[in-house]
Design a protein around this ligand. Sequence first.
Ligand code: 5RP
Length: 226
Amino acid sequence: MKTQQELKSVVAQAAVDSIRPLLTQSSVIGIGTGSTVNFFIEHLQQTSLPFKGTVSSSISSTELLERAGLPVIETKCVEDVDVYVDGADEVDPNFALIKGGGGALTQEKIVASMATKFVCIVDNSKLVNILGSFPLPIEVIPSALGIVSKTLRIFGGVPSVRPGHTENGNLIIDVSGLTIENPDALERTLNDVPGVVTVGLFALQRPQLVLVAGQHGTIDVLTRDN
Ligand code: 5RP
């Protein structure tokens, strides 16, 4: 049996292999954030794939990309991303995700929204039947902390403020106690709460492809129609 770190590395290599046919010399690759993506950056550096540059979802990924000598283009200078590769905290059977454990949910959602194809890479510990065991991260404008927390309690959630600030100078509320049976509806509803910047639910913007590393390092390729 492989360790979780080994599985993250295996699935990251599978992502490098699976995006190869999508790329040309002018392609832009969107890069997520987290330990699985860190392996993806490592494998991307070691494999010669054709692409023009990357767009990063966090300072930490940007630093790793730059250290690896991979070109990083500022997100604001790009309109289209060919493929976005990112991990997740939970994946449901319909590919709705909880993301944001690493705090980069806003930039991640921006880059995911720019991408023609979203490839999610996880080890099988991330697969769940219903989202919500992992506390749902929500980025909020600091002044809205009180009212957003109160609203989340009305939805049955237990809000907890994460120490520190996001790269955007905002706060993150981690919401536990949710059983998310309708992720699309919850994402839409929470998006409408004043002061909410980004909900860590990726249901309206699901991946088209989920690569899952099983305990022994085998890869399941899960696809869905658009
Ligand atoms: C960061 C994220 C990550 O994709 C998520 O937390 C998974 O991280 P890891 O690959 O380290 O398990 O959403 O904001």
